[in-house]
Design a protein around this ligand. Structure first.
Ligand SMILES: [Mg+2]
Length: 124
């Protein structure tokens, strides 16, 4: 499966890309919400989006709402990435249609747990 990683931090994109490739995903990245939506529109192989809440321009929350407005993307799983200081954002993200969330800083195991829960990775 292909995953789209959307984060404005290059370091975060690198970390998430490494973790997701180690878990067997093909990874594409975008630096903001608008670029993320463009990528999603161009590539119908993307089955999962990891999106940072804090992005310049269109933020992660707006991106989740935009994706969920389009029935063509019903099957796309969305995981919201927030920080611990933004706990209240988690329920907003889930209400908007995110499937799961992780809070920064997180470990590979935390992310793996969410992916197993969503049935995107088999428990080993
Ligand atoms: Mg950010």
């Amino acid at each position: 499966m292909k995953v789209l990683v959307i984060d404005d931090s290059r370091a975060m994109r690198a970390i998430l890309s490494k973790i997701m490739s180690e878990l067997g995903f093909d990874v594409v990245t975008a630096a903001d919400g608008r670029e993320g939506l463009d990528r999603l529109g161009e590539d119908d192989g993307i089955g999962l989006v990891l999106v940072d809440w804090n992005l310049p321009g269109m933020n992660g929350y707006e991106l989740v709402k935009a994706v969920r407005r389009d029935p063509a993307w019903d099957e796309v799983r969305l995981i919201m990435v927030t920080t611990e200081t933004e706990r209240e954002n988690v329920s907003r993200a889930m209400d908007a249609g995110a499937d799961e969330y992780v809070m920064k800083p997180f470990t590979k195991d935390v992310l793996l747990e969410k992916l197993v829960f969503l049935g995107l990775v088999k428990e080993s």
